[in-house]
Structure formats: structure tokens, C-alpha cells
Design a protein around this ligand. Structure first.
Ligand code: SF4
Length: 727
């Protein structure tokens, strides 16, 4: 009998299985961190089908974050210039409920907003939806997933009729050609990349194409790196489609029988011959031809993308253009093929299932759809019309709502918008104006805590039980293996308690998180993300299960193999019958010309800044900034700049550069490298004001968003560069 608890890594959407053991075990030396403090022991779970025992440095060191800089108890203050005072839960909840009642009476339910997180477990998401969208009648719940993958959601819905990545990780080892666009998978989804790289190395015929303005570690491993100019993805994708069409490498039968709108798409791509595309994208014609040739010659093509595509003012169009390539070649619904978005947060997928964005409802339903609203109202025992037909405020709309005084109560949980939102100068000014901000998190201090009136201590990963869904739709039970630090409580319990105190006791009469999940799965019945065959008990007994799963007798994970796999006997892939979730069952082509960057370089701001992530760090350093090994790996922020631009500015490696945009400025030591193209610079987005002085990437970025997904273009803005010695 082992004391190890099987759970999921709480960092990224790869969703690696972990085994966690107590620091001290009979007959074994006590496990300690570098300072000698006993810590829980973490290792990869070899029986988890997604990761097969592998972990990256973040997962391997996660236990170190359990006891560092935790928020132990509720705290309050009347105004932001006062110090926090420790209070009891009773006092904090009384104040919160009183403020809710005031705002509901004076501003109506749309005066209330909650900004949540892909760090939530599905239960946290679900109870928050029930409270805001159901009981209070406002759809003002959004999550940091809005900044991460809402373009993928919108793209899937527009092309296929519903959300949901149709592929699985086994496809990484079945494909003939991996097409990676806007994803530094090697650093941001390391275990997905490990699987792909091993397979690619072993199989000579397998091609890997990487599209990225930077020569990232991912690009280093590719057969073909297309270093396109930022913002030219749509042109490139149209150019590849143009050649596939010209060469006759299209699946006419699939197009005819399974899709709509191909003629409009064909007309658009006719304008993108390689000589035109090469000029727009800043690459060679031959490179576009090789990319198209790899697609054409491969029986199975798998596309992977993440924020490089999604964080764009035309993110949905980019996603649809990736899907277009799969539709025109019939590369979907079969092993090793399909358009596969990688989610950033560990449970962004669970959030999508539970309705965790301001335009969606649980079970892949849409706020705008009257039937969907009625189904949820009935399930929640609400009067017809209780759910608002209007999509709520997005993350950025909450900021503008604070500016205009339309938001009277902002509840932020498990995320750090004072680092991660665009246009941080404006964001922070808006947060300063907030009449009442509740900040619920496991850590203190954080940059966002500085803007709170009430701080609530949340139970952390390992201190609460719930489920999470990873990028390949595999659901894993994440049990509590230790009590919360201090007075910490699970997020969903805090939301439920506030719901009860607001007069909705009957809606939140859950004894435990298993009951919450059981209620939620009923809302997935007969929906694309059906998980009615899954329960906490099954997950505990059988381990992870992939959705859709409506049959409680089928588990499609094979654990009898040394490398557990998702089996073919259940729908491990979506759309294997080539029928889609649209009213006529056909997928839809999108037809797009690019609008380019929302803020291109110009004579005053002559460089394009792009932002991204580093292998060891996670988002805004809330956890990884407190882990010694990772801090040593990535001690400081920096700016990557091409040698030619460095010569032009007269700077040497390590010299401080001031970076200015129309919104803000920051100072970063120069890292001179040919990994970045001339005219483009790169800054990692991780560092906030708590960790480095004037080194916030998002002080520079802008909030212009995709009109369909409302996801801001965090990936690119125009900047000027000034050596600090001159100023
Ligand atoms: Fe955790 Fe992602 Fe690393 Fe896996 S790849 S160990 S899920 S951070």
C-alpha cells in the first residue's frame, strides 16, 4: 500500500498525471527542499495516459509552492490606502454579502462581476456560474481563459458548430506531418512536445513545420521553420491553401459531402500565390512551397497552436484558417490528423465545459441561445427568463466598467490581472477606482492583492478535491491530500456560502465536491462534452477518463500497457463520422483576408514587440517566482533583439533598453540574438512589479481584441527602443 495520491499537475493544459507522497514516509529519508524544509514528494504518474510518467520542471517542483507566501486568513480594509486587518470568515462574508445587496439594489445584477481562472477546478467554475448567471441573473463571469484561448473556442464553434478540440495526444505519435503555428510547444507545453519530438526523431518520414517569428526551441527541432512577420499568419495559411488547390491536393468528396462555403474560401485563396505571400510574410517563396508540399505528401496532418494564434485581433479568423486547411484536405476525424488547440491553463477546458466565459453556459451552451438558457434554467430550478440573454462583460470589459462606474463589485479569484491584463497602466488605474474588490487567492502578496478591499484565502491544489480536464479532453480527479493552509477554503465552497447568504440556500445544498460534479454532469447530457458516464467514484477507482463519455461501463483508457493509451473503442477523436455539430451536420469554411496587426510598427514606434513564456516560469510568477530552482533557471526579465538592430541602437549585450509604447514603458537588459528577426523584439510576460522594477511586458501591450472571440492582441504592439544611458 502506498501513501501516494494520484492527481494532476496544476500548471498547464497538458495535464500531466502526478503522484504525491508525504514528506516523511516510514523507512525513507524525509523529502526536503533546497533550504532543508520538508516538502511533499512529487513524481510523474506512469499510469496517466496523457503524460505516461513524464513531468517538466514546473510539475516536478510544484510541492515547493505549497507552503510559501500563503494567504492564511481573510483580511479587510475600507480603502486602498489603509493596511489590511485580519478578520474572521464571518466578518468577511458579512461585508461581502452587504456589498452584494447594495450593488444589486442600486446598480442591478450587472453591477456585479467575477473574474475567474483556468486554475479553478470544474466545481469552482460550475458554482460560480450558478451563482452569477443563474441566481443573480448576470453573465458577468469571465476567466483568464479569455486572454488565452477564447479565439480557439470561437473558431471551433464557427467551423464545427460547437467547441472542443477534436484530437488527442496519441495523434502526436500517429501523424505524418506536425504543423505547429503560434506555439512554442517545447517551452510552454513541454510534455506534449516531448512526445512529438521523440516520435519525430524516430521516424524519418515525419515532418515538423513550425511557424513563428522567433527561432524558439520548438523551431530549432523543426524540418522547416517559417519565420513569418508578426500578424501575417492568415496570409501564410491562405498561401499554403492556394498551392494545395493549384496542385490538386484537395479532398473533393469530403468538401462536397461534409462542408459548406468552400467556393467563398476558394475565391479568397486564389489571391494568394506564393510570390505574393512571400512578400507579405517576409519569407522565401520556396519555403511556402515546401510547407505545402509536406501537407500534400502527408496522409495525416496534425496542426497544433496556442496563444501565438489566439492572442490576436483576428484570432478567430486565424483559427478558422487552420481548420480550413484540414477541411480542404479531409484531414480530420482520423488518427494522426486534425486541428488541435493547446490550452494554457490546467483546467481551461473544464471551464469551457462548465460555462466559464461570459458568453457561454454549462454543457457547451451559448448565452444567446434561448433553448440553451431554458435548459439550464430548468436544471437549476429557476423561473423562465432568469438567465440574461446578453453575454456578460469580458475580462477587459470589466476594466472599462470600472472606469465608467458601472461595476460596483469586482470579485477576482485565482488569477493576477495586475500583471496579465493588457495596457497595465490603464488596468491598474481602473482597479484603483474599483469601489469594492474581493481578491481570493492562495498566495500573498501578489500584484493584484494591492487593489483589494477584501482578501479571501483559497485552498490550493492538493488542499481541495475536484476534477480538471486537459487539452485532450481527459478528466482527472484531483483529490485533497493535505488540509488547507490557515483558514483557506475551496473556491466553490466560498461561492456557495455567499449564494446561501444571498438567499439561495436551496441552490447550494452540496455536501461535497462529488455532489457538485454529479449535478454538473447532468448538464452535459447529450451535449458534445457529455460526461454523464463519469463520477468522482469512477475516477477514483479507474483513473482518468476522456469525454465524451455517456456510458458508465466504458473507460477508454488502457492501463494494461506499459504506456497507457486512450483506446479506439470509444470516441477518442471527435467527428470520426465526418458529421459536425452544425444544424446541417456540415463543417463551415471561413473566408478571410488579413487585416494585419491592430497596431503595426510605424516611424514613431518602429519595432514590433511580441511577448511569450519561458520553459520554467508560469504566468505571473505567483507560484514559480517562489521556487528556487526555477528562479535560478530564469532569474531576470530581458528583451531579445537582433544583432543588426542592436548595432543600429549602439547597444551591447546586457545593456539596459527602455521600451516605450503608446501606453507605457519598461526597462529590460538586451539579449542580442539571431533568434529574433530584425524589426521585432521579444519580452517574456511573466514579471510583474512584485518581482522586477519596470519590467512589465503588459505595460506596453494594448487591449484591441478579435471581434468574434473578444480576445485581446497580447502578442504584438508597436514600440520604440531607447538605450537607457541616453535618457
Ligand atoms: Fe505540468 Fe504542463 Fe509541465 Fe505537464 S507539461 S508537468 S502539466 S507544467
Amino acid at each position: 500500500m502506498t501513501d501516494a495520491t494520484k492527481t494532476l499537475c496544476p500548471y498547464c493544459g497538458v495535464g500531466c498525471g502526478l503522484e504525491v507522497s508525504p514528506p516523511a514516509q516510514p523507512g525513507k529519508a524525509t523529502n526536503r527542499d533546497s533550504k532543508g524544509t520538508p516538502i511533499w514528494k512529487v513524481q510523474g504518474d506512469r499510469t496517466h495516459p496523457s503524460s505516461q510518467g513524464m513531468v517538466c520542471v514546473k510539475g516536478a517542483t510544484i510541492a515547493e509552492s505549497l507552503n510559501k507566501d500563503r494567504l492564511h486568513y481573510p483580511m479587510m480594509r475600507d480603502s486602498l490606502d489603509q493596511p489590511f486587518q485580519r478578520v474572521s470568515w464571518e466578518e468577511a462574508l458579512d461585508r461581502i454579502v452587504q456589498r452584494f445587496k447594495t450593488v444589486l439594489a442600486t446598480q442591478g445584477s450587472d453591477g456585479v462581476c467575477m473574474y475567474g481562472s483556468g486554475q479553478f477546478q470544474t466545481q469552482d467554475y460550475y458554482i460560480a456560474q450558478k451563482l452569477l448567471k443563474g441566481c443573480l441573473g448576470t453573465n458577468n463571469f469571465d476567466a483568464n481563459s479569455r486572454l488565452c484561448m477564447s479565439s480557439a473556442v470561437a473558431g471551433y464553434i464557427q467551423s464545427f458548430g460547437s467547441d472542443g478540440p477534436p484530437c488527442c495526444y496519441d495523434d502526436l505519435e500517429l501523424t505524418d506531418c506536425a504543423f505547429l503555428i503560434g506555439t512554442n510547444t517545447a517551452e510552454c507545453h513541454p510534455i506534449v512536445f516531448n512526445r512529438l519530438r521523440k516520435y519525430h526523431k524516430k521516424n524519418q518520414h515525419v515532418k515538423m513545420i513550425v511557424v513563428d517569428p522567433r527561432r524558439t526551441p520548438t523551431a530549432e527541432a523543426a524540418d522547416l521553420h517559417l519565420a513569418i512577420k508578426p500578424g501575417t499568419d492568415i496570409d501564410l495559411l491562405n498561401g499554403i491553401a492556394h498551392l494545395l488547390m493549384r496542385w490538386g491536393y484537395i479532398d473533393s468528396e469530403f468538401i462536397e459531402e461534409c462542408t459548406n462555403n468552400f467556393p467563398a474560401f476558394a475565391e479568397v485563396i486564389s489571391h494568394y500565390p506564393p510570390e505574393v505571400v512571400a512578400k507579405i510574410c517576409g519569407i522565401e517563396e520556396r519555403e511556402i512551397e515546401i510547407a505545402a508540399q509536406y501537407w500534400a505528401e502527408s496522409k495525416r496532418v496534425l496542426s497544433l497552436w496556442s496563444m501565438g494564434v489566439n492572442q490576436s485581433s483576428e484570432g478567430t479568423a486565424k483559427v478558422r484558417n487552420i481548420i480550413n486547411l484540414h477541411l480542404m484536405t479531409g484531414q480530420i476525424g482520423k488518427p494522426g490528423a486534425g486541428p488541435f488547440s493547446l490550452t494554457g491553463q490546467p483546467n481551461a477546458m473544464g471551464g469551457r465545459e462548465a460555462g466559464g466565459l461570459s458568453h457561454i453556459l454549462p454543457g457547451y451552451r451559448l448565452v444567446k441561445n434561448p433553448q440553451h438558457r431554458a435548459e439550464v434554467e430548468q436544471a437549476w430550478g429557476l423561473t423562465p427568463g432568469a438567465i440574461s440573454p446578453n453575454p456578460g462583460r469580458t475580462a477587459w470589459d470589466m476594466i472599462t466598467g470600472l472606469e465608467t462606474g458601472d461595476v460596483g463589485l469586482l470579485w477576482i479569484a485565482a488569477t493576477n490581472p495586475a500583471v496579465s491584463m493588457p495596457d497595465l497602466v490603464r488596468t491598474k488605474a481602473a482597479l484603483m477606482r474599483s469601489p469594492f474588490t474581493i481578491y481570493q487567492d492562495a498566495y500573498y502578496p501578489t500584484e493584484t492583492a494591492a487593489f483589494a478591499h477584501v482578501l479571501l484565502p483559497a485552498a490550493q491544489w492538493g488542499e481541495k478535491t475536484g476534477v480538471m480536464t486537459n487539452s485532450e479532453r481527459v478528466i482527472t480527479l484531483c483529490p485533497a491530500f493535505k488540509p488547507p493552509v490557515g483558514d483557506g477554503r475551496p473556491d466553490w465552497e466560498i461561492f456557495a456560502e455567499v449564494g446561501r447568504r444571498l438567499g439561495f440556500a436551496d441552490k447550494f445544498a452540496f455536501k461535497n465536491s462529488a455532489e457538485v460534479y454529479a449535478e454538473f454532469v447532468e448538464l452535459t447530457r447529450d451535449r458534445p462534452c457529455d460526461q454523464t458516464g463519469i463520477s468522482h467514484e469512477r475516477l477514483h477507482q479507474e483513473g482518468p477518463i476522456q469525454w465524451p463519455c455517456a456510458d458508465s461501463s466504458i473507460n477508454n483508457i488502457d492501463r494494461h500497457n506499459s504506456r497507457p493509451k486512450v483506446l479506439d473503442r470509444t470516441p477518442k477523436r471527435m467527428y470520426t463520422d465526418f458529421r459536425f455539430n452544425t444544424p446541417d451536420g456540415r463543417a463551415r469554411f471561413g473566408a478571410y483576408h488579413s487585416r494585419g496587426l491592430a497596431e503595426p510598427a510605424d516611424p514613431n514606434y518602429p519595432f514590433v514587440l511580441t511577448t511569450g513564456r519561458l520553459y520554467g516560469h508560469w504566468h505571473t510568477l505567483t507560484r514559480t517566482g517562489r521556487i528556487d530552482k526555477i528562479k535560478q533557471m530564469h532569474p531576470n526579465p530581458f528583451i531579445e533583439i537582433h544583432p543588426r538592430d542592436a548595432v543600429g541602437l549602439g547597444i551591447t549585450d546586457g545593456e539596459l533598453l527602455e521600451v516605450r509604447s503608446r501606453r507605457g514603458r519598461g526597462r529590460f537588459p538586451a539579449l542580442i540574438t539571431k533568434a529574433i528577426a530584425p524589426g521585432t523584439v521579444f519580452v517574456p510576460m511573466h514579471w510583474g512589479s512584485l518581482w522586477a522594477d519596470q519590467a512589465e511586458a503588459n505595460a506596453l501591450t494594448h487591449p484591441e481584441a478579435c471581434p468574434d472571440s473578444l480576445q485581446p492582441e497580447l502578442k504584438a504592439c508597436a514600440v520604440q527602443l531607447l538605450p537607457v544611458r541616453n535618457h
